[in-house]
Design a protein around this ligand. Structure first.
Ligand SMILES: [Zn+2]
Length: 308
């Protein structure tokens, strides 16, 4: 989408925004690209923030539709929280530019890249090119499936909210601490529960390379992915290889997010007599779900399938 397409609509969007005043007590307007980030910002900011998520959890975060309506919250935001590592590179930059809000420009006081400080996985060690698929050059960006990363993110959000709203700094810090304690309990409890499964049962097949952090946390081994390379659709030859791998390794569970195509997974599940786990793409933030409840639900679904 180009600037010229967005401009006339922005004019209308800003008019609508002026009418939609937030609650009087909300001091900071926060926009997060992904619902997981929005849920954590809401948890840390409590009633001092008003939080909007740009993407729906059922949308593939690589390909969110940059609807002009997303400009309304962006144009008024005090803080924009992004996943970073180029996950949003295909849709966020034009919105950011068209929102005409200097605060949330990359590097601005109201711009927070949540990946800073997260222990990253799959950071390319060599030059990457298109032959390797849609590799994210800064490292695997799908860290929000892992509550250990969410702990880092919650602390970073609290610190930034404190910078933007110093009188409430201790309020944010205390709420972040409460989140961290609960998250750590989830991290430990689920790890122990999965560790109790025999290692032969802890083998999965993924779709995209988006489960890396989740698998690392829960001690799972990904024997293959249905995409031959990130972002590349499976060919019949690759599907045959995945099927052979499933038979060789005994991996009986296919795990994928709800926004990926299911036809290949369904075929493989039938041929290998295995189960499919369709994960929520993120926290149902718009419905009031909490991030850690989403994470518990994710772990539960996988554990159920592995236990069969
Ligand atoms: Zn990806």
């Amino acid at each position: 989408m180009t600037r010229s397409v967005l401009r006339p609509t922005l004019f209308l969007a800003l008019g609508a925004a002026a009418l939609a005043a937030g609650p009087a007590h909300a001091t900071l307007r926060v926009v997060a690209t992904l619902p997981d980030l929005a849920a954590i910002a809401s948890e840390v900011g409590g009633d001092k923030v008003q939080v909007t998520a740009l993407a729906d959890p059922a949308e593939d975060p690589h390909y969110v539709d940059p609807k002009p309506s997303l400009l309304i919250p962006l144009s008024r935001a005090d803080l924009l929280i992004v996943n970073g590592l180029e996950l949003e590179v295909g849709w966020l930059p034009p919105l950011q530019a068209s929102a005409r809000n200097a605060a949330i420009r990359t590097g601005g006081p109201g711009y927070l890249d949540a990946s800073v400080g997260v222990r990253l996985m799959e950071v390319p060690q060599t030059r990457i090119d298109r032959s390797q698929g849609d590799i994210h050059p800064g490292g695997n960006p799908h860290y929000m499936h892992d509550p250990r990363a969410a702990i880092v993110v919650a602390k970073a959000i609290a610190a930034r909210l404190a910078t933007l709203d110093p009188p409430n700094a201790s309020f944010y810090a205390e709420r972040a601490q409460a989140f961290v304690r609960e998250a750590q309990a989830v991290v430990d409890a689920e790890r122990a529960r999965f560790a109790a499964l025999p290692s032969a049962k802890r083998r999965v097949i993924g779709y995209h390379r988006s489960l890396t952090y989740l698998e690392d946390w829960l001690g799972l081994t990904e024997e293959a992915t249905i995409e031959p390379l990130p972002g590349i659709a499976p060919s019949p030859g690759h599907v045959a290889e995945v099927l052979a791998t499933m038979r060789e390794t005994g991996a009986r569970v296919i795990v994928q997010e709800e926004y990926y195509r299911r036809n290949t997974s369904e075929t493989l599940a039938r041929m290998a007599r295995s189960e499919m786990v369709i994960l929520h793409g993120g926290t149902r933030f718009a419905k009031g779900e909490r991030y850690l409840d989403h994470i518990r639900h994710t772990a539960q679904e996988i554990h159920d399938a592995l236990s069969h």
